[in-house]
Write a new protein. Structure first.
Length: 117
């Protein structure tokens, strides 16, 4: 392993932000991420975990000034996968690294860990 990132988020904080700024979801998440979350009783719980994964990947890669949509968390039915594009993909190639993530959430908090392999 060559890098690690961790992020935690209060789910209600994201819910409030999305209520105040409805277009924020499209700036942070891909259509597939939004569709996945919408299939669940509390979409913000799943979006918060994905937000954390994006932050964790950026931390593991040492990114500054990147776009959240450049990191997409793909549901697979098993462990989630990460799809990179843009400057985040370029940084991963420079490091010769592929991020892997683990997501979690409770009723109040979401979190993710990213490791580079």
């Amino acid at each position: 392993m060559s890098g690690i990132g961790l992020d935690l988020l209060d789910i209600e904080r994201l819910e409030r932000a999305l209520e105040r700024r409805p277009r924020l979801a499209q700036r942070l998440f891909s259509e597939q991420e939004l569709e996945y979350a919408a299939r669940h009783a509390r979409p913000a719980r799943h979006l918060a975990a994905r937000f954390c994964a994006k932050e964790a990947v950026a931390k593991a890669l040492g990114m500054e000034g990147w776009n959240f949509r450049e990191v997409e968390v793909v549901a697979t039915g098993g462990a989630p996968e990460v799809r990179l594009s843009g400057s985040v993909a370029k940084r991963a190639r420079e490091l010769g690294a592929q991020p892997v993530v683990s997501l979690t959430h409770t009723d109040t908090t979401a979190g993710a860990v990213a490791l580079l392999r």
